[in-house]
Design a protein around this ligand. Structure first.
Ligand code: IPE
Ligand code: IPE
Ligand code: MG
Length: 251
């Protein structure tokens, strides 16, 4: 396994890695059910995959990693599952603070985190504060996150400024609009990965992924390892990112 990931890593041009990688970590429930276990067993086993993704980004010097951990729609799941996920978030943050420090990673969140249980919010604030001066990479957890909510929040902020005469309607542009999103500090997404074989975006970073390369893999999230990340980056590097231009214009 180690050798396989090393062989794959050799195929990656380290000068052309994505600057912002976003991952829709999907398939925990199906992974557990395949093993005859409860869905929560899949969530429990998702942590190893998260660690692999962080380590892989660290090795490739990918500066921004954003993980979709809990969507605004995921509140509709059975209470026991939601509670389990919230508790897992709390426990993992407590346990992994040293990992963030050792790897010089700064933690941030996007989403309506005020809806999370107080204990999880407190732990998040603690880790965010403790890692705020770390410089190697930024790990953003999308928690209670929905891209449509984010866009509507941005529109509301802009409307208030316009109504309050702090902003002109003419000043609204894509470059300006991005400053009102939760992701102001992050560059646009270069590569978006979704595991588990589902071919959809599920309300994740819709604005920020306007020109992202999409990589779908059938691997279920708890099985995701560094080799899968490297495969996705190799796939990414095989794409021609034209941004509307012709291929000829790029050379
Ligand atoms: C992803 O796995 C984790 C969350 C959405 C919290 P799922 O729990 O969606 O697993 P499947 O898609 O049902 O297999
Ligand atoms: C998307 O996965 C959200 C996260 C990975 C946190 P879901 O499993 O909730 O997505 P849908 O509803 O099947 O599209
Ligand atoms: Mg799912």
């Amino acid at each position: 396994m180690k050798r396989m990931s090393a062989t794959l890593k050799n195929k990656i041009n380290l000068a052309r890695v994505p600057q912002h990688l976003a991952i829709i970590m999907d398939g925990n429930g199906r992974w557990a059910k395949k093993k005859g276990m409860l869905r929560t067993f899949g969530h429990q086993n998702a942590i190893k995959a998260v660690r692999s993704a962080i380590e892989g980004c660290n090795e490739l010097n990918i500066p921004y990693l954003t993980l979709y951990a809990f969507s605004s729609e995921n509140w509709k799941r059975p209470t026991e599952e939601v509670n389990f996920l919230m508790n897992l978030l709390f426990k993992t943050l407590t346990k992994e603070l040293h990992t963030f420090q050792e790897n010089n990673i700064r933690l941030r969140t996007i989403g309506s985190t005020q809806l999370l249980p107080a204990q999880a919010q407190a732990e998040l604030n603690k880790v965010i504060d403790a890692t705020k001066n770390n410089t190697k990479a930024t790990l953003t957890l999308a928690l209670s996150y929905g891209s449509q909510d984010e866009i509507i929040d941005a529109v509301k902020k802009i409307c208030k400024e316009v109504v309050g005469n702090q902003k002109s309607i003419e000043s609204i542009s894509p470059e300006d609009f991005r400053n009102y999103l939760y992701t102001t500090e992050l560059p646009d997404v270069d590569l978006m990965i979704r595991t588990s074989g589902e071919l959809r975006i599920s309300n994740f970073l819709l604005w920020q992924s306007a020109y992202a390369e999409l990589h779908f893999t059938k691997v279920l999230w708890p099985d995701f390892r560094k080799k899968d990340l490297f495969k996705a980056v190799i796939d990414y590097q095989s794409r021609e990112r034209r941004f509307g231009k012709t291929g000829e214009q790029l050379v």
